[in-house]
Design a binder for this molecule. Structure first.
Ligand SMILES: C[S@@+](CC[C@H](N)C(=O)[O-])C[C@H]1O[C@@H](n2cnc3c(N)ncnc32)[C@H](O)[C@@H]1O
Length: 278
């Protein structure tokens, strides 16, 4: 009988635990540190009863950071060759679904980059999140800029409701640390069904300097607005980031026939790419 997702992921996590016992030296210290900082505290952004206006402020802080560090541009640069290829070979727009997109800033920022590029690249972008309030705000923001970006309420963990091959790629920014192993496994697996070119997820690097940087940058709004919610979420999310080896192996487990890549995208950010074209 075929194993369930729960059984597969549970065996994988058990295997990782067994492997850790064989580590020595620097590898052992690194693994012990990773275990020490991991926590299951809940970010304000993940609390259904946390006020929407405060969630919006936290996500706006992330958007500011993404703009300052050119994250939307880096993602555009990464996707550009694939989009060009699909536009030219298949003579149609490239269809992007952003999941867990918060206030839609990546979807809107990406559309802006395409519009600016003057290469005539054709894209169709759908932004989504599980919080309805974000979707209304995202749609208003896109309408103000006259960008034809659509926004929908979509649970990233239930994207299989979407038709097979309806999109070319599923993208996610600053979000996959919200999903523990089983949920992320399912997101990777489902993205291979609904998107012809799979998944491209970007999130912060899990290491001490980046953790310090995330907390330091959250101290600025914390001090300025005298509100601890920024540092609260930065500290917890820094502790929840998945490591590169973990992401790579989970990607292979969820999509054994796919090409899985996990590497640095830009300062402080890694990407996980799972492409069904092996
Ligand atoms: C840290 S925010 C990132 C927002 C945005 N991607 C950005 O970079 O500014 C994480 C987002 O994940 C969303 N989220 C968490 N669980 C989700 C789920 N199951 N489905 C869709 N969105 C989810 C939250 O509502 C939140 O907007």
């Amino acid at each position: 009988m075929a194993k369930t997702d729960e059984e597969i992921v549970s065996a994988f996590l058990q295997e990782l635990e067994e492997e850790k016992k064989t580590f020595t030296g620097y590898k052992k210290i690194k693994s012990q540190w990773a275990d020490f900082i991991k926590c299951d505290w809940v970010e304000h952004l993940d609390k259904p009863d946390f006020p929407l206006k405060d969630k919006v402020k936290i996500v706006e802080g992330l958007d500011l950071k993404s703009k300052v560090f050119g994250t939307y541009r880096s993602i555009f640069q990464y996707l550009r060759p694939l989009i060009k290829e699909v536009n030219e070979k298949e003579n149609r727009p490239f269809k992007i679904l952003e999941v867990a997109g918060g206030l839609g800033d990546l979807s809107i920022g990406l559309y802006g980059e395409f519009a600016k590029s003057k290469e005539g690249l054709k894209v169709q972008i759908t932004g989504s999140d599980i919080v309805p309030g974000y979707i209304d705000l995202s749609a208003k923001k896109a309408a103000k800029k006259k960008y034809p970006v659509e926004f929908k309420i979509i649970d990233a963990l239930d994207i299989s409701k979407t038709e097979t091959d309806q999109f070319d790629i599923v993208i996610a920014l600053h979000s996959i640390h919200h999903f523990p192993a089983l949920e992320l496994f399912q997101l990777i697996k489902k993205s291979q069904v609904i998107a012809k070119y799979g998944l491209f997820a970007v999130d912060a690097t899990q290491n001490i300097p980046n953790m310090m940087f995330m907390c330091f940058s959250a101290m600025l709004p914390t001090t300025f607005f005298l509100n601890g919610m920024y540092i609260h979420d930065a500290f917890i999310s820094a502790r929840k980031m998945h490591t590169r080896p973990f992401l790579r192996r989970l990607g292979v487990l969820a999509a054994p026939n796919a090409k899985v890549e996990c590497a640095k995208l830009s300062i402080g950010l890694n990407y996980l790419r799972v492409d069904p074209r092996s």
